[in-house]
Design a protein. Structure first.
Length: 145
């Protein structure tokens, strides 16, 4: 219930699950065509520099076709990370986004992604990719507003 309510807060939220302060976490940056993705990319660079964390930029499409919005967001994220001098890997994968995010992250990443925008009632009833990811992940998740 807390996860569903958290999507209505007008701030970034850090879900801490199975956190181990002695680990060197990597960053799994989830990139899509939402408005909050750019803020997530910018925020991930700050965290990467602060903690010397490696970034994996991941864009997931439900089909093998990546639409223009997804491709543009993926390219923008790559260019931004290069400009900031952040070492990163970049992946384009197809499948269920939540399952792919959770599987790619494992338990040694911090997932950073933008919060979902849209109809608040529908998000409360059905949830959203970010909320489902936070619920299913076995690692910390940062949802950037």
């Amino acid at each position: 219930m807390i996860n569903k309510i958290s999507q209505f807060l007008d701030t970034s939220i850090f879900f801490v699950k199975n956190f181990n302060p002695n680990w060197n976490y990597k960053i799994l940056l989830c990139v899509d065509d939402s408005r909050a993705t750019k803020r997530a990319v910018i925020f991930s660079t700050r965290i990467s520099k602060q903690f010397d964390a490696e970034i994996t930029s991941l864009t997931v499409s439900k089909t093998s076709f990546f639409g223009k919005g997804y491709r543009n967001a993926h390219v923008w994220a790559e260019r931004y990370l290069k400009r900031k001098g952040i070492p990163f890997n970049s992946k384009l994968l197809s499948g269920n986004p939540v399952e792919v995010f959770v599987n790619e992250a494992g338990d040694d990443h911090i997932i950073i992604m933008g919060k979902a925008k849209g109809n608040e009632i529908m998000k409360f009833i059905w949830g959203s990719k970010p909320i489902h990811t936070a619920q299913r992940a076995n690692c910390p998740v940062l949802l950037v507003n």
